[in-house]
Design a protein around this ligand. Structure first.
Ligand code: C2E
Ligand code: MG
Ligand code: MG
Ligand code: MG
Length: 281
């Protein structure tokens, strides 16, 4: 009887599993096609320097506008692209496009590009970054590469070597979403990062009941003592901004300043925040 019931329940779930599998296959097919056709776009979110009181750069964020489903979050399609091995060509497209677009911005503005763990451990990464810089003419010092903690844990030895190679091209390297992974504060010391990005989950709680201000303070203190810049992500309120200023955070990024915008809106943002009158070619 138990067997019959089990079989019954299995049959009950079957159509649903089929539908999920089917949806995934379709998404896979569409993603492959989109990578081949390069039908993606980069949006840019300003990074605001609290010491200079101006926008010092933009983070490039990948956008996929699916023909039927509309906009799909990178949180959904990046893991799929990693599984399918598509993240290498896709990541190289992002690198080329971001460097090319940034090369038209006023000098001094940096572009931050997210690098997935799969890309980071690929032998092609250095060549791809070097090519993107050479073709665009963007000086390496204007490129920042954002890497998440998962990379460190997987392979600490090769991570250090890779970070040094990237820095050898003049680029800077940032630890993204710090605090969400497994690494401890002191672990960070062993890697030559230029910047720590404090994850938005810690910023969100600033000034709330379960204030995680002590974590933010510890990360900013560590950053200062290691000579690393600290950037707070996901800043949405004036109260959070005031706290971050008070703690001596160097840079902030979040909806309070701007959502990620298409490249065409960058001149307007720069006029608003930096008083840049200069047009971008
Ligand atoms: P991330 O690198 O930590 O990027 C920050 C994310 O926070 C972005 O989400 C951004 O839109 C969002 N955000 C910015 N300010 C605020 C705010 O004030 N409040 C809230 N709630 N969110 C804010 P997005 O664009 O959906 O990207 C999600 C993640 O997908 C990124 O997290 C990054 O890990 C990944 N990703 C995006 N573009 C790329 C890419 O080109 N390559 C790779 N490998 N990963 C990418
Ligand atoms: Mg990032
Ligand atoms: Mg982040
Ligand atoms: Mg994040």
């Amino acid at each position: 009887r138990a067997k019959a019931e089990a079989r019954g329940s299995f049959r009950f779930f079957e159509p649903e599993m089929d539908a999920r599998l089917q949806a995934r296959r379709l998404l896979e097919r569409d993603l492959r096609e989109a990578v081949t056709a390069e039908s993606f776009e980069l949006h840019y979110q300003p990074i605001y320097d609290l010491n200079a009181e101006r926008v010092c750069g933009f983070e490039a964020l990948l956008r996929w506008n699916h023909p039927e489903r509309g906009r799909i979050s990178p949180a959904e399609f990046i893991p799929l692209a990693e599984e399918l091995g598509l993240i290498i060509p896709l990541g190289e497209w992002v690198m080329r496009r971001a460097c090319q677009e940034a090369s038209r911005w006023p000098d001094g503005l940096k572009v931050a590009v997210n690098v997935s763990a799969v890309q980071f451990t690929s032998a092609r990464l250095i060549g791809a970054v070097r090519d993107a810089l050479a073709v665009s003419g963007l000086p390496g010092r204007r490129l920042e590469l954002e890497i998440t903690e998962s990379v460190l844990v997987a392979n600490p030895g090769t991570t250090t070597a890779m970070l040094h190679s990237l820095k050898g091209l003049g680029a800077r390297v940032s630890m993204d979403d710090f605090g969400t992974g497994y690494s401890s504060l002191s672990y960070l010391r062993s890697f030559p990062f230029d910047k720590i990005k404090i994850d938005q989950s810690f910023v969100r709680d600033l000034g709330q009941a379960d204030d995680s201000g002590f974590i933010v303070r510890a990360v900013i203190g560590l950053g200062a003592s290691l000579g690393m810049t600290t950037t707070a992500e996901g800043v949405e309120t004036e109260a959070q901004l005031a706290r971050l200023r008070g703690e001596g955070c160097d840079e902030v990024q979040g909806y309070l300043f701007s959502r990620p915008v298409p490249s065409s809106e960058i001149p307007g943002l720069l006029r608003r925040w930096n008083g840049e009158a200069r047009a971008i070619a």
